[in-house]
Design a protein around this ligand. Structure first.
Ligand SMILES: [Fe+2]
Length: 137
C-alpha cells in the first residue's frame, strides 16, 4: 500500500493531484492482484497506468521546462526508462501465464519507482517558479 504524505508534495497542486492518482491506481492494482483478479483485468489496469503516465509525464516535463527546473533532463530520462519498463512488463504479461509472483514484482517495482522518483526528482520543482524567473538565453 502506497500512502500519500506531504513529503511527496512538489509545490504544484495539479501535478501533486496526478501523483496521488498514481498512488490510487497502484493501490487498486495491488488489491486486484491480491484478490486474484484475472489476467485480463490486471493487463487492463497496467495499460491504463501506462496511458495515464504518458500524459502525466508530458505535462510534468512541460511545467519543468517552463520554470527552468534543473531536474528536467534527469526527469525526462527517468520517465523514458519507466515507460520502457511498463512496455516490457505488458509484453511479458502477453506471453506469460501472469503468475502472481510476477504481478507482485511489477506492483512492488512500480510503487518503489514512483515514490523514489517523486522524492528525488519531482520534488526539485520546489522553489522553481515562472514569475520573476529570468529566461535562459
Ligand atoms: Fe517525474
Amino acid at each position: 500500500m502506497t500512502i500519500w504524505s506531504p513529503r511527496f508534495e512538489t509545490g504544484h497542486a495539479h501535478l501533486d493531484a496526478e501523483h496521488r492518482a498514481f498512488f490510487d491506481q497502484l493501490n487498486r492494482l495491488q488489491d486486484a492482484i491480491e484478490s486474484g483478479a484475472g489476467r485480463e483485468k490486471i493487463v487492463e489496469m497496467i495499460t491504463i497506468l501506462q496511458q495515464y503516465s504518458l500524459g502525466h509525464f508530458a505535462r510534468e516535463e512541460d511545467h519543468m521546462r517552463k520554470v527552468h527546473c534543473p531536474a528536467i533532463d534527469a526527469n525526462c530520462s527517468a520517465h523514458r526508462s519507466f515507460s520502457a519498463k511498463l512496455d516490457g512488463w505488458l509484453e511479458l504479461l502477453s506471453t506469460s501465464g501472469s503468475p502472481v509472483t510476477l504481478l507482485r514484482d511489477i506492483h512492488r517495482e512500480s510503487s518503489a519507482w514512483i515514490e523514489s522518483h517523486i522524492l528525488k526528482i519531482d520534488c526539485q520543482l520546489r522553489g522553481c517558479r515562472t514569475i520573476g524567473h529570468a529566461h535562459q538565453p
